[in-house]
Design a protein around this ligand. Structure first.
Ligand code: NAD
Length: 256
């Protein structure tokens, strides 16, 4: 039977690919047939990923919010591999503090990585996709912005993160509206709490019981289960889905 979520022949850029959700996305995308362009600050993590996945991964080490790095990487990717079909804006950081104590630096750092980074990659990759669409024979593009329940419901101690994640939802809908005519789709995936290094504190003794009590499924998510919806949205199985924010949160958002 045909694999409905095949990514055979697709080139997909994944930011924040050295660990956590980005690494798991890269692994599944390659298993589904894609070539992955893995981007991260962490060179050693990228090297380990490339070693594990072999020739189907090309790595680029740098800061997602650095315009020169982004443009240089995409120019190189286009020369080496031609058309890019997918982009997962996943790189992220947290700089928690209560609003009254948050520094401007903490605010700026989070906005730069999540929001400005996603904008820069979307623009650089999208321009290439538009060129391919205008040239004819383009299989279509899919852009996934990794958001969070924090972007839908706010978050105590993380106004910077919640604002960035809500901003990504606006970005998703704008991309969907502007670029549908090029057959470029854009969707957000909103995670609850996934077991990765980023969530060590929230899963620790102090917050654990309170957070778990708000998740109807009563457990944290594993990386290998949350990346399946990302690859579904990248694939042709989602060919008529655009501008949406897909919750992957064990029911977190439906609790009041
Ligand atoms: P993680 O901390 O395990 O991995 C993040 C990766 O991004 C790291 O490899 C890091 O080096 C990279 N990165 C950070 N800043 C970068 C920069 N400026 N340039 C390039 N790379 C950079 O985090 P994760 O849990 O895998 O989270 C991935 C995404 O999912 C993030 O956007 C995060 O906000 C989002 N998310 C995670 C959860 C969760 O529960 N883990 C929930 C909701 C949303």
């Amino acid at each position: 039977m045909q694999n409905m979520v095949s990514l055979e022949g697709r080139t997909i850029v994944v930011t924040g690919a050295a660990q956590g959700i980005g690494k798991a996305t890269s692994e599944l995308a390659v298993a589904l047939g894609a070539r992955v362009v893995a981007v991260d600050l962490n060179q050693a993590g990228l090297d380990a990923l490339a070693q594990a996945l072999g020739k189907n991964v090309a790595t680029y080490a740098g800061d997602v919010s650095d315009p020169k790095f982004v443009q240089g990487a995409i120019d190189d990717v286009s020369t080496r591999f031609g058309v890019v079909h997918g982009l997962v804006n996943n790189a992220g950081i947290i700089r928690p503090a209560m609003i009254e104590k948050m520094t401007l630096q903490q605010w700026n750092e989070v906005i730069a990585v999540h929001l400005t980074g996603a904008f820069l990659w979307t623009q650089a990759v999208g321009r290439r996709m538009i060129e391919a669409a205008n040239a004819g024979g383009f299989a279509g593009g899919s852009i996934i912005n990794i958001s969070s329940v924090a972007g839908r419901g706010g978050s105590i101690g993380q106004i910077n993160y919640a604002a960035a994640k809500a901003g990504l939802l606006g970005m998703t809908m704008s991309i969907a509206k502007e670029w549908a005519r090029y057959n470029i789709r854009a969707n957000s995936v909103c995670f609850g709490v996934v077991e990765t290094p980023m969530t060590e504190t929230i899963r620790g003794e102090k917050f654990r019981d309170g957070v778990l009590s708000r998740i109807p499924m009563g457990r944290w998510a594993q990386t290998d289960e949350v990346v399946k919806p990302i690859c579904f949205l990248l694939s042709d199985a989602a060919s008529y889905i655009t501008g949406q924010h897909v919750p992957v949160d064990g029911g977190y958002l439906i609790t009041v």
